[in-house]
Design a protein around this ligand. Structure first.
Ligand code: LLP
Length: 449
């Protein structure tokens, strides 16, 4: 067993940038977010529970809006519910959706169609029809079939309007992120390759369809991109392509969407991105490339997902059991796991987990926090510094869980999904309630037709 005999790491302090913006420490190990004690939330709502700091989300939206001279579209795939859509809209952002389901939530929240973009590498005819029915402003085309399919649907639609579209380009830039979330390199499923000439062919095809109005290009090179240089390089390549389109077709496209993927710090040593640094660099990369090619600077769009919602989220887990192996490893098992957070198992994602809700002045040890699911791979975090006296009933807070946690949760082992509770101004509000056994059974119709 590794025992580290120094004072416990205080939840806020060196951790401060990993907690939601309003988090502060109270007496006896309590942590407040949005003015609400997390132990109170755990008691009233049960565990596991996702909490989200409304002020944090609003602040990140505001910072992006202020930094970027262009359009900021929140990537709803990171976390979306009606309230989140309203916060994002109230802060002046647009919304990127990637399915009819996300669009249905946006619609239910009254999100204006003119501020919605639809994405997806394999949009179904239903996704496209839903987008046309709501008249979303822009659809980002991702395959040849989609060009034909969308044009045909628009042709048959009663609205009789041309659909504005962008073309998703794969610029061949490596984001140096995890393989599963690197999307800008060739030889993967997204977009039209720049290197192979597929992107230019797609442009010609779209321009030949009177139902479609090509307004711009899009690229998204990956997620958790730490190197701004990769985003700058992609921007330059996209401007080069805009120039070639002008030279070949005499058309100057007015929009350039550079996607999202801006990195977030999950651990104290991670590099996070800052819109105040990112925005001027991306704008300068685009402006310089435009000057070189004598192009007007296009309307710039960015699509941050996790950079808006990740840090606002904390997941509360209750310790169920503690085991010490012969080899000296300490396993702390909690009441959630890969069903509410599949990211460690999928991407080797690493997190910060803290004990909250009681003082823990004694020594700390390296601990493996595992979930309740029937797989050895259900490990939430391998190297957490937790008190030696950790015991069943203790409360743990996992930080930076506001993006791709609730959104990716499942019912594996028929475990009901946790609720999402918004904390703000001393009040806790249930945004998404906890699933119940009745919810699980509702879809199990038992073969009765
Ligand atoms: N725009 C497009 C077209 C995207 O596909 C994505 C994410 C984003 C924007 C937002 O990326 P962000 O800023 O959130 O990194 N489940 C993975 C992430 C998958 C991202 C998919 N696309 C994870 O948990 O890390």
């Amino acid at each position: 067993m590794t025992t580290i005999g120094y004072e416990p790491v205080t939840p806020l302090g060196e951790d401060a940038r990993l907690w939601p913006l309003t988090a502060h420490r109270g007496a006896r190990g309590e942590v407040f977010v949005g003015g609400v004690g997390l132990t109170r939330v755990a008691k009233q709502c049960g565990t596991p529970t996702h909490v989200v700091d409304e002020a944090d989300i609003r602040r990140r939206c505001h910072d992006y809006q202020r930094a970027f001279d262009g359009e900021v579209a929140y990537a709803g795939k990171a976390f979306l519910c009606r309230t989140m859509a309203r916060w994002v809209q109230q802060e002046g952002l647009s919304l990127d959706v990637c399915s009819a389901g996300e669009l249905a939530v946006a619609r239910a929240a009254g999100f204006p169609a003119e501020q919605i973009l639809l994405h997806g590498n394999a949009k179904t005819p239903q996704d496209l029809a839903a987008a046309l029915a709501y008249r979303v402003s822009r659809i980002v085309l991702d395959s040849e079939t989609e060009i034909t399919r969308l044009a045909a649907l628009v042709g048959r639609s009663p609205h009789g309007r041309r659909q504005q579209v962008l073309i998703r380009v794969t610029p061949g830039v490596d984001a140096h992120s995890h393989r599963a979330i690197t999307t800008g390199t060739d030889d993967q499923k997204f977009g039209f390759s720049l290197a192979s000439g597929a992107a230019e062919e797609a442009v010609a095809r779209v321009l030949a369809r009177p139902e479609l109005d090509l307004v711009g290009l899009h690229c998204h090179i990956g997620s958790q991109v730490e190197q701004i240089e990769a985003l700058e390089r992609a921007a330059e390549l996209m401007v080069e392509l805009l120039a070639r389109i002008r030279d070949t077709h005499g058309r100057t496209l007015s929009q350039l969407d550079l996607g999202g993927g801006h990195a977030v710090a999950y651990r104290d040593y991670d590099t996070g991105s800052d819109p105040a640094e990112l925005a001027p660099r991306l704008s300068a990369a685009v402006a310089n490339a435009c000057a070189t090619h004598r192009l007007p600077v296009p309307h710039l769009i960015v699509e941050p997902g996790r950079a808006i919602s990740a840090r606002a989220g904390v997941t509360l887990y209750r310790v169920i059991s503690v085991k010490r192996t012969a080899a000296g490893r300490v396993f702390v098992a909690v009441d959630g796991g890969m069903s509410d957070n599949p990211r460690p198992a999928l991407y080797g994602a690493r997190y910060t987990i803290r004990l909250i809700g009681r003082p823990a002045p004694g020594p700390h040890q390296l601990t493996t926090v595992v979930g309740r699911h029937c797989e050895a791979g259900d490990v939430l975090a391998e190297d957490c510094l937790l008190p030696n006296d950790i015991h069943p009933g203790d409360l743990l807070a996992m930080l930076c869980t506001g993006a791709y946690h609730h959104a990716m949760s499942s019912n594996y082992n028929l475990v009901p999904r946790p609720p999402v509770i918004a904390l703000s101004n001393g009040t806790a509000r249930v945004l998404i309630r906890r699933e119940t056994d009745a919810d699980l059974l509702r879809r199990d119709v038992g073969g009765v037709f």
